[in-house]
Design a binder for this molecule. Structure first.
Ligand SMILES: [Zn+2]
Length: 127
């Protein structure tokens, strides 16, 4: 009997509350975020929660200038893949950083971000 892994829904609810949680495979030690059903490395299902500090650097980013209707009010905005210091990467919305100052390698910090469509999401702001 394995511990139930944190669900994707719970992951985003926790993120919305300001807590970034990854899961670590109890079999091979692989760290994953957001939660997955099976370990991508060893296919075990033996996850345990691991809180993350939320600090990382921008690995890549895209500025969105034409967005789906639900996000139209927010354009332009940037989304970035952030390499967290724990060794995993996570896609998030850039918050409170001028778009023209964005750069690969820039240090950022996780923060809750709620999109206009009320879907809780991941944000990254100044470190
Ligand atoms: Zn594993």
């Amino acid at each position: 009997m394995t511990e139930p892994a944190i669900t994707v829904r719970a992951f985003f609810e926790r993120a919305r509350a300001g807590q970034l949680v990854a899961i670590r495979c109890g079999s091979c030690g692989e760290l994953a975020i957001p939660p997955k059903e099976l370990c991508p490395k060893c296919h075990a299902r033996a996850w345990r929660e691991e809180p993350l500090a939320g600090n990382g650097t921008i690995a890549s980013y895209t500025v969105i200038r034409v967005a789906p209707r639900a996000h139209a009010a927010g354009v332009p905005y940037a989304v970035a893949v952030v390499a967290l210091k724990e060794g995993v990467s996570l896609l998030g919305r850039i918050v409170d950083i001028p778009l023209e100052s964005l750069a690969v390698g820039m240090p950022v910090r996780f923060r809750p971000f709620v999109a206009p469509d009320q879907q809780p999401s991941i944000g990254f702001g100044p470190a």
